[in-house]
Design a protein around this ligand. Structure first.
Ligand SMILES: *Cc1c(COP(=O)(O)O)cnc(C)c1O
Length: 364
């Protein structure tokens, strides 16, 4: 039995007709940049997931970039972030001339370890970017207590955590801003690039809205420095078709994760922790094993698709060699990169496929 790591064609085949009808309507109305479809999506996304202020953008990297502009990070400033994440988490820090200051992650969840944050804080520290990696909420109470004490601006990178809850509240607004990605492989994926920013306070929200459109409230008058971060009308239209299915897709991801958690019984395997403070949306289901590469080859022989997410932590990427963090700087992240392998977990997997993954892992 073949189990692909991810097959986007199933979801898109099922939604083909409503998706193409929505695109046709947007096309006929020439609503290409922002416009009614995007406004409807912003409203529906906020109402469905619990965010009072939402801005649709052209990627998940853009709201992170804008967040760093809004926070006022700049040359000489340091921003705390985990090294075990997608690189985009910290691009914005670099774009505004500040420096990522990595802090190691927890072994059980791969998220920022609050116990290690204080030691990294210096007079130059201006903010923290928290990532809810693989859909699992980070320890926001502990992180926010440190942030308040040191007056740090907090951005939550929720690119992988749409719909995730921390102690019953949606992730994204524990800090100052939350950011989302609608890249096609994400839990709520568009048909192209997309993202969103959610803001806690009205003043930040209004500034973000102006930055999104060239720092402008009125055409050709630019009060602040901005850029072009607009969401396409087509993406708004498609996301309006997909959003009503998100709760069902998330429930199915949780069901599959439940089967993996109950069924995988392999010596030396480490399953992801399921702490009671956070309900994961299982963007990934990532396990660890000391003989990861051999396990992965074994799974390939059993026609189970896997991926290495992430093979190299950010502090060991060539583009960040200048930050001065060598091998050994963040041992938990480095061990994760060497031992983790992600299993298939998209909603359209059948139970038989999930059982085949479990049997194949257990047969290693
Ligand atoms: C996908 C992702 C992003 C960036 O989103 P894009 O839409 O690809 O720009 C940022 N952070 C994390 C953790 C991601 O997984």
């Amino acid at each position: 039995m073949k189990v692909p790591f991810l097959d986007l064609s199933l979801q898109h085949r099922a939604l083909r007709e409503p998706a193409l009808a929505a695109l046709a309507a947007t096309y006929d109305a020439t609503r290409f940049c922002l416009g009614k479809d995007v406004e409807e999506f912003e409203k529906a996304f906020g109402a469905t997931l619990g965010y009072p202020r939402v801005l649709g953008m052209n990627s998940g990297t853009s709201p992170l970039h804008i967040g760093c502009m809004l926070a006022g990070f700049g040359p000489g400033d340091e921003v705390i972030a985990p090294p075990f994440t997608f690189i985009s988490t910290v691009w914005g820090v670099t774009y505004v001339g500040a420096k990522p200051r990595f802090v190691d992650v927890e072994e059980g969840t791969f998220n920022l370890d609050p116990a290690k944050i204080e030691a990294a804080i210096t007079p130059r520290t201006k903010g923290i970017i928290v990532v809810h990696l693989f859909g699992q909420p980070a320890r926001m109470d502990e992180i926010m207590a440190i942030a308040r004490q040191h007056r740090l601006f907090v951005i939550e990178d929720c690119a992988q955590a749409v719909g995730a809850n921390y102690r019953g509240r949606p992730v994204g607004l524990f800090g100052d801003l939350g950011t989302f990605s609608f890249y096609p492989t994400k839990n709520l994926g568009g048909c192209g690039e997309g993202g969103a920013l959610v803001a806690q306070n009205e003043e930040l929200f209004v500034r973000a809205r102006h930055i999104r459109v060239h720092g402008s409230d009125r055409r050709y008058y630019h009060d602040i420095v901005g850029g072009n971060f607009r969401m396409d009308g087509f993406q708004g239209a498609l996301l309006n078709v997909k959003l009503p299915h998100l709760a069902r897709w998330t429930a199915r991801r949780r069901e599959i994760a439940g089967r993996y958690l109950a069924g995988i019984k392999l010596a030396d395997v480490r399953l992801p922790d399921q702490p009671d403070y956070g309900q994961s949306v299982f963007h990934q289901f990532t396990i660890r094993h000391p003989r990861r590469d051999a396990l992965r080859e074994h799974l390939t022989r059993h026609e189970v698709g896997t991926d290495l997410i992430y093979p190299v932590p950010l502090h060991l990427q060539k583009c960040y060699a200048n930050l001065g963090f060598g091998p050994g700087s963040f041992p938990v992240a480095e061990a994760a990169a060497k031992t983790c392998v992600s299993l298939p977990i998209f909603p359209e997997l059948t139970d038989a496929q999930v059982d085949h993954v479990i049997a194949s892992v257990n047969a290693f």
